[in-house]
Design a binder for this molecule. Structure first.
Ligand code: ZN
Length: 164
């Protein structure tokens, strides 16, 4: 436990000091703004999709350390990947951060992103970690803006077996 916490802190610090893929893209095909009003995180994500794969991706904005580190790691994780794999990572990351996916027991493709598995125990931080993924989902599905508090939350899924 102590080792994973230390790794988590090192990764967050490292990605805050030198965020990967920071900036914008001149030839973006998909873009979205993400906001997390609870924390004040705001980020702009630019994606270039070519041949149904994420050819290039960049982000910038004002956010807390967790959000920035999550965005930075997300860009490195999805860059070069087919869109379907990017979408799969979005869902796996969300399930991990909300405690629905146990990364030690269940199969997944998150790799080093599992350093964020601890956020499920930090309710106020879950949305900070998820926001970049939310925003990527919105960008890939051509929604201009997304908010972790919006009614039309693109990450919201109907309750299985719920009442219609
Ligand atoms: Zn935040």
């Amino acid at each position: 436990m102590a080792a994973s916490k230390q790794l988590y802190q090192e990764v967050i610090l490292d990605h805050n000091r030198k965020p990967r893929n920071w900036g914008t893209l001149n030839d973006a095909t998909h873009q979205a703004e993400g906001v997390n009003p609870l924390c004040g995180d705001r980020l702009h994500l630019a994606v270039k999709v070519n041949d149904d794969a994420v050819e290039a991706i960049a982000f910038e904005g004002e956010s807390c350390a967790i959000c920035k580190a999550s965005a930075s790691m997300m860009t490195t994780a999805v860059k070069g990947k087919p869109r379907t794999e990017a979408e799969q990572l979005i869902h796996e990351f969300r399930d991990m951060a909300t405690g629905k996916l146990d990364t030690e027991q269940q199969p997944h493709h998150l790799g080093r992103l599992t350093v964020f598995s601890g956020v499920k125990d930090l309710p106020t931080r879950v949305k900070c970690a998820i926001l970049p993924w939310h925003t990527l989902h919105a960008a890939l599905n051509s929604m201009a803006t997304t908010s972790t508090e919006a009614d039309d939350d693109p990450m919201h899924e109907p309750t299985p077996g719920g009442v219609a």
